[in-house]
Design a protein around this ligand. Sequence first.
Ligand SMILES: NC(=O)c1ccc[n+]([C@@H]2O[C@H](COP(=O)([O-])OP(=O)(O)OC[C@H]3O[C@@H](n4cnc5c(N)ncnc54)[C@H](O)[C@@H]3O)[C@@H](O)[C@H]2O)c1
Length: 379
Amino acid sequence: MAKLSFGMIGGGEGSFIGDIHRMGAQLDGLGQLAAGCFSRDYGKSLDYGRRAGLDEDRIYRTYEEMAEAEAGRPDPIDFVIVAAPNHIHYDCCRAFLEKGIHVVCDKPLTNELEQARDLKALAEEKDLLFGVTFVYSAMPAAWFMKEEIAAGRIGEIIRVKGEYLSDNLLAPNEDLDGGMLWRIDPAKAGKSTCCADIGVHCQQLISYVTGLSIRELSADMTVVGEGRQLDTDFTASLRFDSGAKGHMWCSNVAAGKYNDLNIAVYGTKGSVAWSLEEPDFVTMSGKNGQTVRCRVGKSGGSQAGAPFRLPAGQSEGWVLAFANIYRAFMTALISKKAGQPFARNYPGIDEGIDSVAFVEACVSSWQNGGRWTEICRKR
Ligand SMILES: NC(=O)c1ccc[n+]([C@@H]2O[C@H](COP(=O)([O-])OP(=O)(O)OC[C@H]3O[C@@H](n4cnc5c(N)ncnc54)[C@H](O)[C@@H]3O)[C@@H](O)[C@H]2O)c1
């Protein structure tokens, strides 16, 4: 079977997430990098593309040029990966969708809710697949927690706690690299730094694991650091459709924290808890004082649908979670191209829209003194 070919926007030399996308998309032998506009700087893009073994005529100056040229080729890329800063996402995704090319975009999907909805309408009109790389819900532990909760193991959900803590904005602006500087620039990051960058991971993971939707929230944001306008830390109280409640704390200024994403879900019969710092373990507790530390991974028996790749005890990390998303996306795309039915087992545009709506609600609530704010559910 021929591999699918893909192109990339952003993700060039020195970028934070580019290599992770490339490794993930190529890990299962289903996809091959064939084109790109890897940087705003054409020289850098050319350098990177050459080293990646691309034909020079498929290393482009702009994403507009790339969408146009690829669509005109007899062998265009099958899909594009958008791994550029947030403000590029909307126009770039639109340019490729317009040309009939499937898209995988990183989070946050767009800086404006209307833009996210517009992308969905266009993808549907053109009958194109659209993935969004919410990587943490593609981790084996997330799948495990979802299964346990859906099987009723912790009973009815009463409360959910989510945290994503990092200290990557504790340094003053003059000490930040370009990848952090655009994150504090409203023209590029959008309405939010912390909530749009890491808060959306926490929100999407909570929704995935619990199957619950946040109905309304009350948020409080803090702007830490001279010369900054956007949140670098926020808390939110959450009310879910089911009547369950929750709270979230995300921060870019939590000293000593690097990537401490953790969630805990408390139900009428027990609780489940997980931390990215120990990604292969989920703690399940019952009412009788019994606590079990479950090692998540392949251990024989029926685990139909599980994303596990490695024997239990071997760590599956970030790259494999990206690969899980790409494997599911490309499996769907291969079936679609063959005219066969397919399942959408990857985070997609609806999750992308929900997250943009979450950011808008958090910012609006904060600007209105923490007023309870409904999350707009129109997709
Ligand atoms: N899913 C995740 O876990 C995850 C993790 C990190 C970043 N991200 C997201 O990935 C995106 C990129 O983040 P990053 O940290 O890699 O940023 P970065 O600043 O490290 O890298 C961005 C890259 O995009 C290039 N670029 C900028 N404008 C461009 C344009 N117009 N055309 C082509 N290339 C352009 C830059 O030259 C650079 O190579 C962001 O949307 C971010 O939110 C997601």
